[in-house]
Design a protein around this ligand. Structure first.
Ligand SMILES: Nc1ncnc2c1ncn2[C@@H]1O[C@H](COP(=O)(O)OP(=O)(O)OP(=O)(O)O)[C@@H](O)[C@H]1O
Ligand SMILES: [Mg+2]
Length: 298
């Protein structure tokens, strides 16, 4: 193995890489598990955009929604996927009732053709739930998921989302155990419908070959950036009364002074444009800064 093979793949989720020793292993498979609306697609898009912005390619395997709808929804969350559409971002829409056949025959050919170019690629399967539903046979489910993983991870990290039906705090449903079992890593998103900014939590169920954080970590949404994980207590300056606009302006100035990459500054600007929450963006900004290795004073 060369050094490049063992280099971790940054998740693109501010705060998360601190919990998984820098990121995902190359060519590993990761399941994002959570009930509807917990942010699985947001996570997946963020992961792809992180690669795209660094010159990698992205493959979005979709089974339900057409690419157009995905890009429209991404737009609302502050991600401009269209800019990269069919340049570095590609979709495979496995539709219709014979996607089993597509998984077994067409997909391997497609992937083979791409793998020959040897370009760093990130793959997302969102949602993977229909693959599980395609058959009631456990053995066949296992073969289908196994085949998907085996085929796609030739390209790079494969991240798939699985919808969960259990209520927060309940044990994980039996129907989602199979993808967890078959993947190298599993991340659980939970949403507790009670007030406050941090009523959403992330937990690492498993991460092969990684000493990962064992806790339950709060996360929040920041439009333009996506999910932001609070991996450790962050200090927030006691000046909550000043307006959020000022907070952002200062953050941008600081980032510029620190010679932060243009895309990071762009990201903060996008976050500012969309910030319509009551709470201060300070904590999200702190996490964002440190996730890009930028140390702010104070
Ligand atoms: N920037 C944001 N600010 C606040 N809430 C957000 C933001 N982005 C997403 N959300 C919330 O997350 C919800 C869904 O996000 P997302 O589509 O990523 O979830 P999902 O887990 O993929 O859902 P599904 O299972 O329906 O596919 C939105 O409906 C919204 O409530
Ligand atoms: Mg989704």
């Amino acid at each position: 193995m060369t050094m490049a093979d063992t280099e971790k793949v940054a998740s693109g989720i501010p705060g998360l890489d601190d919990l998984i020793e820098g990121g995902f292993w190359p060519k590993s498979t990761v399941v994002i598990l959570g009930s509807s609306g917990t942010g699985k697609s947001t996570f997946a898009i963020q992961f792809l955009m992180e690669g795209i912005e660094q010159g990698e390619q992205a493959l979005y395997v979709t089974l339900e929604e057409p690419p157009e709808q995905i890009m429209r929804e991404a737009d609302l969350m502050g991600f401009d996927m269209r800019k990269y559409y069919e340049k570095s971002l590609f979709f495979i829409h496995l539709k219709g009732r014979n996607f089993k056949k597509m998984i077994e025959e067409q997909l391997p050919q497609l992937v083979k053709a791409r793998a020959d170019y040897n370009i760093k690629t990130r793959v997302v399967i969102d949602p993977m739930t229909p693959v599980i539903w395609a058959t009631a046979e456990k053995l066949e489910q296992r073969e289908l998921i196994g085949k998907l993983f085996y085929t796609l991870k030739e390209l790079g990290v494969v991240l798939c989302t699985v919808e969960e039906h259990a209520k927060p705090g309940e044990t994980i449903g039996e129907d989602v155990l199979l993808p967890i079992y078959l993947s190298d890593g599993a991340i659980h998103l939970e949403y507790y419908p009670i007030g406050g900014a941090f009523n959403r939590t992330v937990k690492l169920l498993k991460m092969r070959g990684v000493h990962h954080g064992e806790g339950v970590y709060p996360y929040l949404f920041a439009r333009g950036v996506g999910i932001v994980v609070r991996s450790s207590p962050t200090k927030i300056p006691e000046e909550q009364s000043r307006s959020h606009i000022k907070t952002f302006d200062e953050a941008i100035k600081t980032a510029e002074a620190m010679k932060a990459p243009a895309r990071v500054i762009e990201r903060i600007k996008r976050m500012q444009k969309h910030w319509d929450y009551d709470y201060s963006p300070e904590e999200a900004l702190q996490i964002l800064f440190s996730s890009y290795g930028l140390k702010r004073g104070g």
